[in-house]
Design a protein around this ligand. Structure first.
Ligand code: FAD
Ligand code: 2HG
Ligand code: ZN
Length: 486
């Protein structure tokens, strides 16, 4: 019955092989339990987290045709799978937790196969002495963190999607999150990985040691490549020692200049104990508080709110109290509260982490993930408000201000592609003119492909294309994403 649903005469790329034949071959290589073709079961894989990007049907007879999903159980099966895909020119879209925010994890058309890594979810080993873990790409970030917490380590990456996103997806997007300024990016913390390329070759890239100067660091090509160069299998990650205590403060400030001064003071007075410094503007705070009914023990009269987390082994408590005192006495903040126990700290974090969810429930979201030098950081929000505030529902700004990363979100009354295009163009122009980046952490995916030629010079783009052509000459991997070469 399932096969009948999908038995359109659709022909994939070249090699004249029908969808039914492909299903048979996939089942032969992976076993029928690891091939999903029932449209009810494949549906969640064929739409992104935002509900904005869906797989378009490539079937002439079946307008609702979706991509087949396969779930290899390990590296060997993935090698065999990619050999088959290479032989029959079957295009592939890698999918981790499907929490990406730029449409990269969902195929453009249904003739692409979705490779889901959900069954490759094992923690292979933990080396407590060297603080290194080896993990399969489908392991959920939260699961890895919880597991290694029990031996006193933590993952150097933390983001609100941690309960869904996978390590492979994190590495493929070079995800940032709230700890980047303290622990560094995955580019610094991924020591080695295994990758399966488009023709089914297995690359062993780097080991589990910090120092390795043996030629080009090819693993870096795959970090942030968004599934366009290879399928990430195992990853070795350097993990810091987990702090044993923490305090979380929420400050209310009247100007962005004071946010920057408070950031500077926090760096000098808290040093290595500072573990998060997140900005939430009043518009973002209002949406999340109203949506979830959170209580905020502050007046909420000012425009700026900052979550400061300080962590250590109990030795940070004095410095935290002094910092709070200095910030209030120096009138950098007009008010501030400190979570007095773990549940209050969690409550303050929930306000920050649930902004994205609250926005998604409030209207059509246009998301922007911009890096800017700090003097221009909040000017972007002001610039966009001056032009758009009366035409859309909300304009909210929040983000990892310590990294110069602002998440500007525009909530429209309903999806309006003309508004989306014009707002994108205004925001990207501002970012480019002010030496910023149009993607601080979420990537290019399919949403920002058209802007690549504005942000990179022709020689740089040519070099990127030649890398893609070398690794994937048949253009099988993540078509239409990052570099649209078709
Ligand atoms: P997916 O969404 O499944 O895939 C993302 C990309 O990686 C796709 O291009 C896909 O093809 C590719 N890919 C996935 N797995 C592999 C693999 N094994 N091999 C090769 N390619 C692969 N991002 C941040 O950077 N910082 C944040 O703070 C942050 N917060 C978020 C909060 C929320 C509520 C949500 C919904 C998203 C957030 N994101 C954030 C975006 C997203 O969670 C990250 O991009 C995350 O790293 C994606 O992981 P994933 O497993 O869901 O990957
Ligand atoms: C975050 O920092 C994420 O919360 C998501 O990167 C940002 O929703 C967004 O725009
Ligand atoms: Zn972010």
């Amino acid at each position: 019955m399932l096969k009948q649903c999908l038995s359109s005469a659709t022909r994939l790329a070249s090699r004249h092989i029908s969808r039914e034949q492909i299903l048979n071959k996939l089942e032969h290589v992976l076993g029928s339990r690891n091939v999903i073709s029932d449209p009810v079961d494949t549906a969640p894989f064929n739409v992104d987290w935002k509900g904005m990007h869906r797989t378009r049907s490539a079937g002439e007879e079946n307008r609702n045709e979706q991509s087949i999903v396969v779930t290899p159980r390990g590296t060997e099966e993935t090698v065999a799978l990619m050999r088959l895909c290479h032989q029959y020119r079957i295009p592939v879209c890698s999918q981790g937790g499907n929490t990406g925010l730029v449409g990269g994890s969902v195929p453009m058309t249904s003739n692409e196969l979705i490779v889901s890594f959900s069954k490759m979810n094992q923690i292979v080993w933990v080396d407590e002495e060297s603080s290194v873990v080896s993990v399969q790409s489908g392991c959920i970030l939260q699961h890895l963190d919880n597991t290694i917490n029990s031996v006193g380590l933590c993952v150097p990456l933390d983001l609100a999607a941690k309960g869904l996103c996978q390590i492979g997806g994190n590495v493929a997007t070079n995800a940032g999150g709230v700890r980047l300024f303290k622990y560094g990016s995955l580019r610094e913390n991924v020591l080695g990985m295994e990758v399966v390329t488009a023709d089914g070759s297995l690359l062993d890239l780097g080991k589990s040691v910090r120092k390795d100067n043996t030629g080009l660091s090819l693993k870096q090509l795959f970090i942030g490549s968004e599934g366009t160069l290879g399928l990430i299998m195992n990853v070795n990650i350097l993990c810091p020692v987990k702090p044993t205590s923490r305090s979380v403060l929420l400050l209310e400030l009247s100007s962005f200049a004071n946010v920057v001064k408070a950031l500077r003071l926090s760096r000098t007075s808290l040093g290595g104990h500072l573990s998060a410094f997140e900005l939430i503007d009043k518009d973002a705070l209002t949406v999340v508080v109203e949506h979830f009914g959170y209580k905020v023990p502050l007046d909420m009269k000012e425009q700026f709110y900052v979550l400061v987390e300080v962590s250590g082994n109990g030795d940070e408590i004095g410095a935290t109290d002094r910092f709070m005192g200095d910030v209030l006495r120096g009138r950098l903040a007009v008010n501030g509260v400190a979570g007095s126990d773990e549940s209050q700290c969690e409550h303050i974090w929930a306000i920050r982490e649930n902004i994205t969810q609250s926005l998604a429930s409030t209207g059509a979201n246009y998301k922007f993930d911009i890096s800017l030098p700090l003097p221009k950081y909040y000017k972007l929000a002001e610039h966009i408000r001056s032009k758009w505030k009366d035409r859309v529902k909300h304009i909210v700004a929040y983000g990892h201000v310590a990294d110069g990363n602002i998440h500007l979100n525009i909530v429209d009354h309903q999806m309006n592609p003309v508004n989306q295009r014009e707002i994108s163009s205004d925001i990207y122009k501002f970012a480019i003119q002010n030496n910023g980046s149009i993607s601080a952490e979420h990537g290019i995916g399919r949403e920002k492909v058209d802007y690549m030629s504005q942000i990179h010079s022709p020689p740089v783009l040519e070099l990127m294309k030649s890398v893609k052509q070398t690794l994937d000459p048949l253009m099988l991997l993540n078509r239409g994403k990052v570099l649209n070469l078709l």
